[in-house]
Structure formats: C-alpha cells, structure tokens
Design a protein around this ligand. Structure first.
Ligand code: 0CH
Ligand code: SF4
Length: 322
C-alpha cells in the first residue's frame, strides 16, 4: 500500500434526533425519579445504549405485565399500538411515550386513511416493533407488504380505496420499487403526504452511497436487530462492496482491514458517535491512516421532549427541521 490507509467517514452517520430524544427521556426520568425506570422493549436497537441505561437503573421488559402497578414505564422510539397504551392505563402505569415524532406521524397517517375508509398497505418488515405498532393503529384495515412479490398476491376488499405507508427505517430504493409496483397494480392508491422513510434513514443511506464506490470495505456500526443499520450493510453489498455490521471496535477483524486501502466507516441512527471514534482508533492499530469526512447533508432537527420533562425555557423551543 502506498501512503496511509484512507478511512472515509460519510456524514450524516450515528444518532438521529428521535434516538437522542428517546435516550434523553430515559436519562431524565432516571435523574428525577431514580431507578427503576421500566422501558417496554429496547429504547433503541443498540446493545451499548441499552447496556449503559441498564447499568444506571433502567429495566427493559418485553411486556407490560412485567411492570409493577403504579411504576413508570417508557415506550420505545419505535412506537406502540394504541392497545398497549390502553393496557398501560388499565394497569395504572405512569407511561411516558418516547416514540419518535416521525413514527407518530406515520401512525397519524394510518389513523386518517383508515378513518376515511381506506385499507392501509404498510410497506415494512413483519415482526419489527415499529411495524407491530403501526399495524396496531387500525389492525382490521391494514395489510403488510414486505417486497414486490407481495404486491401481486395482495388481496384487498376495495382496490379503489387504498393508501400506502412505510416503516421509517427501510431502504429508500426498495420502498420506491414497492410503491411503483403498488401504483402499477392499483393506479388510484394514495401516497403518504410526505415520505415515511425518515430524513435520518435517507441521509445515512445517501452519505454511504456517495463513498461506497471508493471503499474496499465498509464497516457499519449498529446492532443486529437495527433495521436502519442493516439497510446500510445491504446498500454497500448491493454496490458490490464487502460490508460488515459490528457492535463495536472489538469485533473488527484483521483480514478486513489489512486487505483494504480504503475503509468506509458509518453508523446506524441508534449507534453512539463515540463508537465511531473507537473503531477509527482500532483501524489505526493496523497502520497509518488518513481520516476523511465526506458530508452530503447537515442535520439540525431537534424534537421537543414530552411536556413533563422539559426544563425551564424549553416550552418555547420550536421544532426545527433541516
Ligand atoms: O432501525 P430500527 O427501526 O430497527 O431502530 P433503531 O436501530 O433503534 O434506530 C432508531 C429508529 C427508531 C424508530 O424509527
Ligand atoms: Fe425518528 Fe428516523 Fe430516528 Fe427513527 S430513524 S427515531 S423515525 S428520526
């Protein structure tokens, strides 16, 4: 290899506004009320975030019946079905909603479309927590499509009354392919007013796409159950570049790095930025590196915290978009 190994850092990468807000909610509750703070499901799909909050007194549960009566419970960033909110109320729990406002937006679209008599065709992955929550808004009026093949098999009560929506953390290109297949089969199908795949998912994919051709290997920091992180790995592999999903620097393999003149390192929306620094340091252990930032977009979005957690002066802060 001539000269130092190049390490490309596509930007944006790592935490998005919805993840920062969700973690902030749990941290503030821990400070104010002390442990335990129960959280239904992983607050975000990242092992380090979950482990860190756990060590500070958060207790992650799969179901509400694991939460003692009257206790505090936080709903994760991925959102919950209305039935879960109702159950929390019934059990007398003090629920705090950390659902990302951009997931709530999709819930609102599902409520509006189903309320107007449409069947909602949700583009998403079966069993993913966000999909379970969104389907729960109008369970009798929602059908799931996971891929273009599902569009052909789709059976709907009235092909003239359809709206499609999507999970926020999918591959932009794949959602476009499925939406095009839906429009071909159901020309009158309505689209969401604004794209459901969110700005953070889109930006992280665009940023990686801008450097992937230059990289010999792509390292994506993110946990195995993180949809948006997996989509980044897929994007790189679809471009013909070797790609690996890792939780942290300890999982880097010598063979990946030694064979590469250029390594791209990115991180999913739920992966802490400090992990990127640790991974870059670990790569430097294999020989001299030149670190190059490549930005395709700036992100300035911040979401308001739930009313009860805002500090003084935060009531007037408005949501800014990038
Ligand atoms: O990408 P997914 O949806 O699996 O979730 P994550 O890794 O926790 O990232 C944050 C997104 C949360 C809801 O959109
Ligand atoms: Fe919200 Fe998008 Fe982040 Fe999900 S990935 S928490 S929808 S900003």
């Amino acid at each position: 290899m001539n000269g130092p190994r190049r390490v490309l850092l596509p930007s944006p990468r790592s935490f998005c506004a919805g993840v920062e807000r969700a973690i902030d909610i749990v941290e503030r509750l821990l400070e104010r009320h002390g442990p335990p703070v129960y959280v239904r499901n992983q607050i975000v799909h990242n092992a380090q975030v979950v482990g860190d909050l756990e060590s500070r007194g958060a207790v992650f549960v799969g179901e509400l019946d694991e939460v003692p009566k009257d206790a505090l419970v936080v709903f994760s960033a991925h959102g919950v079905a209305p039935a879960v909110e109702a159950e929390a109320a019934l059990r007398g729990l003090d629920a705090v909603d950390a659902t990302c406002p951009l997931v709530s937006k999709v819930h609102m679209e599902a409520r509006r479309a189903s309320g107007a008599g449409d069947t909602v065709v949700l583009i998403g992955h079966a069993g993913h927590e966000e999909v379970v929550g969104t389907m729960g808004v109008a369970p009798e009026r929602t059908v799931l499509v996971e891929g273009v093949e599902d569009v052909e098999r789709l059976d709907v009560p009235d092909p003239g009354r359809l709206t499609y929506l999507a999970q926020t953390t999918l591959a932009v290109a794949e959602v476009e392919r499925i939406a095009a297949a839906l429009r071909r089969r159901f020309p009158g199908i309505k689209a969401p007013k604004t794209d459901d795949v969110c700005y953070a998912t889109t930006n992280r994919q665009n940023a990686l796409a801008a450097v992937v051709e230059e990289a010999d290997v792509v390292v994506v920091i993110g946990s195995v159950n993180s949809s948006n992180s997996n989509r980044l790995v897929e994007l790189a592999r679809n471009a013909g570049t070797e790609a690996h999903l890792i939780d942290g620097a300890g999982e880097i393999e010598r063979a990946w790095i030694e064979a590469a003149g250029t390594v791209a390192v990115t991180a999913g929306a739920s992966a802490p930025p400090a992990l990127v620094d640790e991974v870059v340091e670990a790569i430097a252990a294999f020989g001299p590196i030149e670190v190059i930032e490549r930005s395709v977009a700036e992100e300035h979005l911040e979401f308001l915290l739930p009313q009860r957690l805002r500090g003084p002066g935060q009531n007037v802060k408005s949501e800014k978009s990038s």
